[in-house]
Design a protein around this ligand. Structure first.
Ligand SMILES: *Cc1c(COP(=O)(O)O)cnc(C)c1O
Length: 359
């Protein structure tokens, strides 16, 4: 039996009527953009993370750009970002006028470290984007201790916790989320959020998402139109109470892979520093990643390599990324293979994937 890469439908099925009722209520209200539904979601998301402020925005890419702008990033500044990530982490930088500077990752965790970030710092560095890649929790505090504000790109880490119990998204100066449908907390369209404990940053993001205005009549900043809509907020409010349970399901799926003996055929991902990962993706390593991938696909397993060409070598980024000696990134790009992962992946499926992975 084919094993799908992810399964968003099964976890949503029992919530269908509740979602329809809440979306119907939004329709009745006639308030479709921002409004009370978005304000309620912002409060619930902030409370879930344990941060004072959450601001709903249009998507996870805008969230990063707005967070950087709110930190005062602009022309002449540099922003450090790992090359081994989804392209949008870096793409969000040039619209601020700043220059992306690519840093390396630890090829075993796929995340940046204080050492890889330190190597990319210059006197012009204004911020560092730290990506909690695949739902692991990168060492945000140790990186921020280098003396530069951290923007956590937590798009893949909704539901993850650091070893001390704090949530990914509550660790840096500011954090960004995507609620793209396939993420751990997925809306029914594009949606995102910025979270922070800094009142000033929160206020600026609130203005920037709405044309730089507080009151819709005076425009103090050149902002954007990047608002969250009420239907997405309504869906997210129904799903949020289930996020922790779904993340437990993902960690159980990881345990199924371990119990099935997958570790004999590939290097399995491990939580960084005792964290509780959200395993948005379950990504293993193999010295010949493409060979493993071919075996899996031939057996009907929907495995996938996400970032074979890392961001600094993408055509649009080469002018900033060329020549960067990023050995960990190159190794990660070559070796990584994402396996099926979802809150409902069971032991039988994990065994099937493991059998397919055997040479
Ligand atoms: C999904 C994702 C984004 C972008 O989010 P969108 O909502 O699609 O704009 C940014 N960074 C990472 C790491 C992502 O996985």
């Amino acid at each position: 039996m084919a094993v799908p890469l992810f399964d968003t439908r099964t976890p949503l099925a029992p919530l269908r009527e509740q979602i329809a009722a809440r979306v119907g209520a939004v329709m009745e209200s006639g308030r479709f953009i921002l409004g009370p539904e978005v304000a309620a979601f912002e409060e619930e998301w902030a409370a879930y993370l344990g941060v004072p402020h959450a601001i709903g925005v249009a998507n996870g890419t805008d969230a990063i750009t707005l967070a950087l702008l709110a930190l005062g990033v602009g022309p002449g500044d540099e922003v450090v970002v790992p090359s081994f990530t989804f392209y949008a982490s870096a793409e969000a930088i040039p619209p601020t006028g700043a220059t992306p500077v690519f840093c390396d990752v630890d090829p075993e965790t796929f995340c940046a470290t204080p050492d890889t970030v330190r190597a990319a710092l210059t006197p012009r560095t204004k911020a560092v984007i730290v990506v909690h890649l695949f739902g692991n929790v990168a060492p945000v505090e140790a990186i921020e201790a280098l003396g530069v504000p951290v923007v956590e790109d937590a798009a893949q880490a909704a539901g993850a916790r650091a070893a001390d119990g704090r949530r990914a998204g509550a660790l840096g100066t500011v954090a960004t989320f995507s609620f793209f449908p396939s993420k751990n907390l997925g809306a029914f369209g594009d949606a995102g959020a910025v979270t922070t404990a800094d009142d000033g940053v929160a206020e600026r993001v609130r203005m920037l998402r709405f044309h730089g205005s507080r009151d819709k009549s005076t425009f103090e900043l050149v902002g954007q139109n990047s608002r969250l809509d009420a239907v997405q907020a309504a869906v997210l409010r129904v799903l949020l109470p289930h996020l922790d349970g779904w993340c437990e399901g993902r960690r159980a799926a990881a345990a199924h892979y371990e119990a099935a003996g997958l570790g004999a055929h590939a290097a399995l991902p491990a939580p960084i520093g005792g964290c509780e990962p959200a395993w948005h993706l379950y990504v293993v390593r193999h010295p010949r990643g493409d060979e493993l991938l071919e075996r899996l696909v031939a057996a009907g397993v929907e495995a996938r390599a996400y970032y074979r060409v890392p961001t600094h070598l993408q055509p649009a980024m080469r002018r900033w990324g060329e020549g960067a000696p990023l050995r960990g990134t190159e190794q990660a790009a070559r070796e990584h293979v994402a396996l099926p992962m979802s809150p409902v992946l069971d032991a039988a499926q994990a065994r099937e994937v493991t059998t397919a992975a055997a040479p």
